[in-house]
Each structure stands twice: as C-alpha cells, then as structure tokens.
Design a protein around this ligand. Structure first.
Ligand code: HPA
Length: 274
C-alpha cells in the first residue's frame, strides 16, 4: 500500500510555499558530517520538519531536522538539514517523501551527498567520489504500490539516474581546482550495521565502488519525478575487511570533518553552475 498520497505531498508543498517568497530551483540533501553547507545559505528561511504537514521527523540525535530555503551564490535552494534513513525504521517511501515535496515546489535539480565506505581498493579515506550509478540492495523500493501517474510513470527509466551533464560539470570544476575526484558506483544497503568483510567482497564482485545506508530511495524517487541528480560520496572510511581495523561512526565523522573544506569548495562552485 502507498503510504504517501499526492494530496499529502501537495499539502506539505503548499505549507513551504506559504513560508517562502521565492521558488527554489535546487534541492540539497547532505550526508553525515557534510551539513556545514547549511551555514552558507543566505537569506535562509528555516522550517523545522515537525511544522511541515506529513513530513517525517528525524530520530537520530544530533540531526537537526530542518528545511532551509534560501540562496547560494544567487541560486535559490532548499536544503534538508537531516535526512531520513531506512535503519531508523522509515519505509523507503517516507525516506524519499521530501524529494517529492521538493519536486512539488518546483525543484528539478537535486544534489545528494553521503558518507560511504570505500569498496574500491584504489580509493582512500578522505576521497570524494562522484556517483556514476547505484545498486539498490536495500531489498525495498519507494515506488512499491499503486503508481500515481501525477508523480511519474509506472516503470521509470533509470539508465541515467545520475545526470551525465552534472557529472561532467562536477569533473570540470574539480579539475579547475586541482581536486582529484573518484567516480564510481554507490551501493545502497539499509544498515544500520556496517558490512561484514564477506559482504564487501560480494559487493566488489557485483561492481560496487562505495557503500552506504542512504541515497538510493531518494534517487529512485527523483528519477521517477524526472529530476536531474548529482550525487557525491565522501569516502569516510575503507569498507570492512580492507584495512586491519574496526569501523566506527566516530571515524566517519572525523573524515567528514577533514574533507569538509574541499567538499564545500567543490559544491559551492558547482551549485551556481547547475
Ligand atoms: N558502510 C556503510 N555505510 C557507511 C560506511 C560503510 O563502511 N561508511 C559510512 N557510511
């Protein structure tokens, strides 16, 4: 059964529009430790998630749970400070609900970022990876249930889920800045446990370059809605079994902190050109 309806999306969208005097063009969803971009949004109107009709609220401590609508280098953006993960208990449709609301307020470009474990052994913790494609291995899909044709087609094409144009733009910007940028396939799992070394060997065989616990549901819904997506992973750690050390959320947050500046420079230059 469909958990969210067109009417609910419209109600959430109308509420946001009633609070903001301009139309956002670009949606931003930021991963663990990368939320600092929120501080750079100008003329920001801050709307706590709990005020938006039908919006889920974040259960993770330290995740603010606010939508910021404002400007970055003259472009109008809506930024999610705090996202929803399946490991919190949300179904994939709820994790992606904000993407549908973004589309309903007129957004057709989406920048999604996340922290991810590096599966590709040529990667290093601290690398940024442009997402070229994904493997949805969550075992779930946000489009399960009756299809509402006002939201998209029953069988959406995913052959360019991550826009070639926006990837070329990100590569161009990175090259101008002398930043190295990896490019690879993101594997989405539900978590919350990190993977076993055997799972990482399997994911490498399947063609994965990085693994994380977010993004795929959001991007499936964005594709369904015909949005152009740019995805960037921060390789916060090498995945399980590659290095002889355990994984921890502290390491993920520490690495994100270290690459914060480079990440900000990259996205702050990409956003005005999107
Ligand atoms: N696995 C899954 N999710 C992650 C990882 C990881 O190694 N690092 C950051 N998010």
């Amino acid at each position: 059964m469909s958990q969210t309806s067109y009417a609910q999306i419209q109600e959430a969208a109308s509420y946001i529009q009633s609070r903001v005097s301009f139309k956002p063009e670009i949606g931003l969803i930021l991963g663990s430790g990368l939320g600092v971009l929120a501080d750079l949004v100008e003329e920001a109107v801050t709307i706590p998630y709990h005020e938006i009709p039908h919006f889920p609220t974040s259960t993770v401590e330290g995740h603010a749970g606010e939508l910021l609508v404002g400007k970055i280098h003259g472009r109008s953006v809506a930024l999610m400070k705090g996202r929803f993960h399946m490991y919190e208990g949300y179904g994939p449709e709820l994790t992606a609900f904000p993407v549908r609301v973004m589309k309903a307020i007129g957004i057709d470009k989406l920048l999604v970022t996340n922290a991810a474990g590096g599966i590709n052994t040529s990667y290093n913790a601290g690398d940024l990876m442009l997402i070229s494609d994904h493997l949805n291995l969550t075992g779930r899909n946000p489009l399960f249930g009756p299809n509402d044709s006002q939201l998209g087609v029953r069988f959406p094409d995913m052959s360019e889920a991550y826009s070639r144009r926006l990837r070329a733009l990100a590569k161009e910007v990175a090259a101008e800045m002398n930043f190295s940028l990896q490019e690879g396939v993101y594997v989405g799992l539900t978590g919350p446990n990190y993977e076993t070394p055997a799972e990482i060997r399997m994911l490498r065989t399947l063609g994965g370059d990085a693994v994380g616990m977010s993004t795929v549901s959001e991007v499936i819904v964005a594709s369904h809605a015909g949005m152009e997506v740019l995805g960037i992973s921060c390789i916060s750690n090498m995945a399980a079994g590659i290095l002889d050390q355990p994984l921890s959320h502290d390491e993920v947050m520490e690495t994100a902190e270290q690459v914060k500046e480079q990440f900000l420079k990259l996205v702050m230059t990409v956003i005005p050109k999107m």
